[in-house]
Design a protein around this ligand. Structure first.
Ligand SMILES: Cc1cc2nc3c(=O)[nH]c(=O)nc-3n(C[C@H](O)[C@H](O)[C@H](O)COP(=O)(O)OP(=O)(O)OC[C@H]3O[C@@H](n4cnc5c(N)ncnc54)[C@H](O)[C@@H]3O)c2cc1C
Length: 482
């Protein structure tokens, strides 16, 4: 089942700046300079007005459309270094895009470096590591690692890029056992605003290494990451859909059940509003349903089934499967959409989930509520996610017991309604908020102050000091910039 086709029913995506406003932001660049850049890089270069520019910078979340002054399709780290130096010399900010799953807003007037041609990937089964270049998506890692009985710390969709996901923390189905993906990064190759290619690790530029793991794209363009894989051949996992009428009973059961689980289990639950469309299986078509996601990565499958059994009985099951799956089949747990879609999203962390909190959630987002949100999700955190790794990093969110995410269609006709309703649903749980936010689930932000507030006290100040040292001109100020 996929929510993907829903996007085809929707009309134009949200455009955050009109054409005139965008034009005014695009600096005039002499054509000869653009030609010089073409001679410096191996990949394609598109200037504003060139055929091919829009396709080069196309997003997956089509609610945001980029109108950079220039785009460089980087093929290697040297291309990235040349492009960054050229941009700085021309007074352009630099934005970076791999898959377009996480654009925040239009990187208008920037140099946008696209990394999808950078597909190098090497698995070292002895050291249990993978080195990925900046364009690699999780799917390739999971498929290749499975050959060696290994898995990466992929999130709900393997269509997402490894680098963007990991720099923002990276919360996946093995998270409670192994922590954030960023906790497993051994080395980072990055091009900073001075055009230098740097290799960061615990022993080499440790302060920047700390900052970049959790500081997202604020410090430069990451050209490659080396990270741990974990030994795993399969999971007892999947998802089941309960009837929307049972939302209250299922959510209350989830609240009581999920904190009792061992760290081998990661789980989440989502209220989904499914369209009345052909691609949705008949029992779910046009309905509100509650989607339980479950992943047990321990060795005893019987135990995995025993642990989930009470939850399976919490409501009327319409559809679904929880059972043995391969590590390259983890997309079946969340069943995220695959095709591009316009979406608006926003997240927050909760410190606890009380009975009153569930009542408040059901009141604003239960099946009786006429709201335009596609998904309201709660993910259980804790376990290894709450602990700093051996080599600490800047990933925020360790104080959260739960992650909450709301998502709605990012279409012009709902451009005011969806954010207002989404913020209202988050606001209903505000009494139980934990400090900070997860960068990957920040979604729509008002500006750098809101990004800065995602980090615990002291962490943002330390990150800001690193940024002032490596990016004094604020070349990297797109995406979730602080
Ligand atoms: C369907 C879906 C499922 C998701 N599931 C999860 C999940 O389970 N867990 C989770 O933690 N997150 C999840 N996310 C969020 C996702 O991790 C972020 O949106 C992430 O930024 C996507 O990275 P990308 O490279 O694929 O996207 P892009 O839009 O290409 O990049 C997003 C941002 O990442 C940064 N970035 C990307 N590449 C580089 C680079 N080479 N150097 C420096 N910065 C870079 C930039 O700031 C860029 O603006 C999901 C998103 C979607 C759409």
């Amino acid at each position: 089942m996929s929510l993907t086709e829903r996007s085809h029913e929707l009309e134009q995506p949200v455009v955050l700046l009109d054409a005139a406003a965008v034009d005014s932001l695009v600096p005039a660049i002499p054509a000869a300079d653009v030609d010089r850049l073409r001679g410096l890089v191996h990949g394609p270069v598109y200037a504003a007005g060139d055929d091919g520019l829009a396709a080069e910078v196309a997003t997956w979340n089509v609610a945001v459309q980029h109108t950079p002054a220039i785009a460089v399709g980087a093929t290697c780290a040297a291309d990235v270094a040349a492009a960054v130096s050229w941009a700085v010399a021309h007074g352009l900010g630099v934005a970076v895009q791999a898959t377009g799953h996480g654009p925040v807003r239009n990187a208008a007037g920037s140099m946008m470096i696209t990394t999808r041609r950078m597909q190098g990937m090497v698995i070292d089964p002895e050291r249990r590591t993978v080195r990925v270049e900046a364009g690699v998506r999780w799917r390739r890692v999971m498929e290749a690692a499975a050959e060696f009985g290994l898995a990466g710390l992929c999130g709900s969709s393997s269509d997402v890029g490894v680098v963007g996901y990991t720099l923002g923390g990276g919360l996946g189905s093995l998270g409670r056992k192994h922590g954030f993906a960023a906790d497993h990064v051994r080395a980072v190759e990055i091009v900073t605003a001075d055009g230098r290619q740097r290799l960061l690790s615990a022993d080499s530029e440790p302060e920047l290494f700390w900052a970049v793991r959790g500081g997202k794209g604020n410090f430069g363009v990451v050209t490659a990451l080396e990270m741990d894989l974990v030994p795993l051949t399969g999971l007892h996992a999947g998802g089941i859909f309960f009837a929307g009428e049972d939302t209250a009973a299922v959510l209350h059961a989830f609240r009581r059940w999920s904190p009792t689980l061992p760290e081998e289990v990661s789980t989440s639950i989502a209220i989904l509003r499914l369209p009345d469309a052909e691609f949705v299986p008949p029992p779910l078509r046009g309905r509100t349903a509650v989607h339980l996601r479950y992943a047990y990565s321990g060795t005893d499958a019987d135990e995995g089934e025993r642990l989930v059994a009470p939850m399976k009985a919490a409501g009327r099951v319409l559809l679904g499967f929880i059972g043995p799956i391969r590590t390259d089949e983890t997309d079946s747990i969340h069943m995220d959409p695959v095709d591009p879609m316009p979406s608006w999203e926003k997240g927050q962390l909760l410190g606890e989930l009380t009975e009153e909190g569930i009542d408040a959630l059901v009141a604003v987002a239960g099946p009786q509520a006429q709201i335009p949100l596609i998904m309201v999700e709660l993910r259980l955190m804790g376990g290894a996610l709450a602990r700093q790794p051996r080599v600490p990093n800047a990933v925020p969110g360790r104080d959260g017991a739960w992650s909450m995410l709301v998502l709605g269609p990012g279409v012009p006709e709902l451009a005011e309604v969806v954010p207002a309703v989404g913020r209202g649903v988050l606001g209903a749980l505000a009494p139980w908020r934990a400090r900070g936010s997860m960068i990957n689930f920040l979604g729509d932000v008002s500006g750098p102050e809101e990004v800065a507030a995602a980090y615990p006290p002291g962490v943002h100040e330390r990150l800001a000091a690193v940024k002032a040292a490596v990016d004094p001109g604020r070349t990297f100020s797109f995406g979730h910039a602080f």
